[in-house]
Design a protein around this ligand. Structure first.
Ligand code: NAD
Ligand code: UDX
Length: 477
């Protein structure tokens, strides 16, 4: 079999960009991306795509209607496909056994049942979603238990490693592509088909074939290692603030060791995004279920440290503002979980803002890409607060950062958008309340320059004055 027709179930942050790149690089393959959400599919077929991702518009524009199609007709796309990616969401469970930690596989199971129901002939089913180890076994079990005469399946694991904001670049030049399959002639043939698709643009040495279980676990392990680096440097940032060391200098020095490397050592207000937290918790849950309590405790610390970092930053803001933010106005720059995305899932900004709102602060929020409704619903949802009406009155969303700072007591930077580096902070200072504070949770602006302008400046992993350092450590001045 040579794959001519690909279907992807799930038109989200992974399914959309991944399949757009496959369509772009493989003009000989028809790619159908399907989803239960009519709104999402309508947006993919419009001029305003449902997600913001640099370079994505251009790729979609070139392929849409040529060999790339977005639709809600899941049955037809599955029936016609030779190879089906499952790219649906696998959030942490919000109910029942494993609540808050185990991955919720209900969407994956629904896909498997749908495929079993409508498939004809031979299908390769590819797990693209991030799943617990041995999830492929459950998918294969559901498929085989429902197989009709003349229908057969092979299940592969092919986890996705793209990061939001750089998805197209990551998809075009992946460090590696993992393809996990069954050790049998049929399994190897299926691995060969998927390898053939990637060969259209990925060099052979970047394609790793491995066992299905290793492939599934490698994805969880990779995210855990990345998150662990961020938590490690954030732990060091707390030490820096307490001792007078500078976390940027420490990160540079540590990262120069070629065994450690310099990437992912940027201290911050904490990591966010839809993956790190849920995948770490999933790993912890798996370890616990296997009675590997020490392993579970080890990885749990990575998310505990993240929570500590976000809370520490929020408390520091309140502490610096004379221990109260009640009725004070804070201009918040950035709400997305990182730059170059409009995604706010698990954004540290949500957490810090919620903390400040609970203390009665008025927040003037500006983000270049996050929609007003998204910010409002993130901060007023029952998950964020038990008093949505009060919180609603405290938040104001701005489309102009210069308007957001009028009469503000402080600026709080929570996302590392490049444009924040080039603002006219002198002009902003002139319309703010005095003393004016600037809290840089991402370490992106020139701190000396804003201090020279007159801002009282605070950032992660560095103290600017000796007195502040001594005061915070309780020493005699
Ligand atoms: P998402 O929520 O953006 O998209 C998932 C889509 O699947 C939604 O549009 C939803 O409507 C659709 N869906 C759910 N059940 C369906 C069903 N039964 N039939 C048809 N459509 C259905 O999620 P995402 O961010 O794209 O993540 C998808 C998976 O990829 C997750 O397992 C995630 O952990 C993993 N992943 C995400 C990223 C990332 O950066 N977002 C990176 C790597 C891996
Ligand atoms: C991550 C993984 O990088 C990717 O491989 C996987 O497929 C999905 O999860 P993503 O969450 O999109 O990608 O973004 P990433 O760049 O990893 O950043 C995650 C969070 O960590 C962001 O909030 C970011 O600001 C933060 N971060 C990252 C730091 O605070 N410091 C760093 O040095 C790096």
């Amino acid at each position: 079999m040579v794959v001519k027709n690909v279907c992807c179930i799930g038109a989200g942050y992974v399914g959309g960009p991944t399949c757009s790149v496959i369509a772009w690089k493989c003009p000989d393959i028809q790619v159908h991306v399907v989803d239960v959400s009519q709104v999402r599919i309508k947006q993919w077929n419009s001029d305003k795509l449902p997600i913001y991702e640099p370079g994505l518009d251009e790729v979609v524009k070139e392929c849409l209607g040529r060999n790339l199609f977005f639709s809600n007709d899941i049955d037809q796309a599955v029936r016609e496909a030779d190879l089906i990616f499952i790219s649906v969401n696998t959030p942490s469970k919000t109910y029942g056994i494993g609540k808050g930690r185990a991955a919720d596989l209900k969407h994956i199971e629904l896909c498997a049942r749908k495929i079993a129901e409508v498939a004809e002939g031979h299908k390769i089913v590819v797990e693209k979603s991030t799943v617990p180890v041995r999830a492929a076994e459950s998918i294969a079990h559901i498929l085989s238990a429902n197989t009709k005469p003349g229908v057969s399946f092979q299940v592969l694991s092919n986890p996705e490693f793209l990061a939001e904001g750089t998805a197209i670049e990551n998809l075009l030049n992946p460090d590696r592509v993992l393809i996990g399959g069954e050790e049998s002639a049929e399994g190897e043939a299926a691995v060969g088909e998927l390898t053939w698709i990637y060969h259209h643009w990925v060099p052979q040495h970047n394609i790793i074939t491995l066992s299905t279980w290793s492939s599934e676990l490698s994805k969880l392990a990779s995210n855990a290692f990345l998150a662990q680096r961020v938590s490690s440097i954030n732990a060091i940032s707390a030490l820096c603030e307490a001792t007078g060391a500078d976390v940027s200098q420490v990160a540079h020095a540590v990262g120069k060791d070629s065994r450690i490397g310099s990437k992912f050592l940027q201290a911050s207000v904490g990591f966010g995004g839809s993956c790190f937290q849920k995948d770490l918790l999933n790993l912890v849950y798996i370890a616990e279920c296997l009675n590997l309590h020490e392993v579970a405790t080890y990885w749990q610390q990575v998310t505990d440290m993240n929570e500590y970092q976000r809370t520490r930053f929020a408390k520091r803001i309140i502490g610096c503002l004379f221990n109260t933010v009640t009725d004070k106005t804070l201009a918040v720059f950035g709400f997305a979980f990182k730059k170059n995305t409009g995604d706010t899932r698990e954004s540290p900004a949500r957490f810090v803002c919620s903390h400040l709102l609970e203390e009665g602060a008025r927040l003037n929020i500006y983000d270049p890409k996050v929609e007003r409704q998204q910010i409002e619903s993130d901060l007023t949802s029952t998950r964020a607060t038990n008093d949505p009406e009060r919180i609603e009155k405290l938040i104001h969303i701005y489309t102009d950062p210069y308007q957001a700072v009028i009469d503000a007591h402080a600026i709080v930077i929570l996302t590392e958008w490049d444009e924040f580096k080039t603002y006219d902070y002198k002009k902003m200072l002139s319309v703010m309340k005095k003393p004016a504070f600037l809290f840089d949770g991402r370490k992106i602006i020139d701190h000396q320059a804003v201090m020279n302008l007159g801002y009282h400046t605070e950032t992660i992993g560095k103290r600017f004055t000796r007195n502040t350092l001594l005061r915070s450590s309780g020493a005699d001045l």
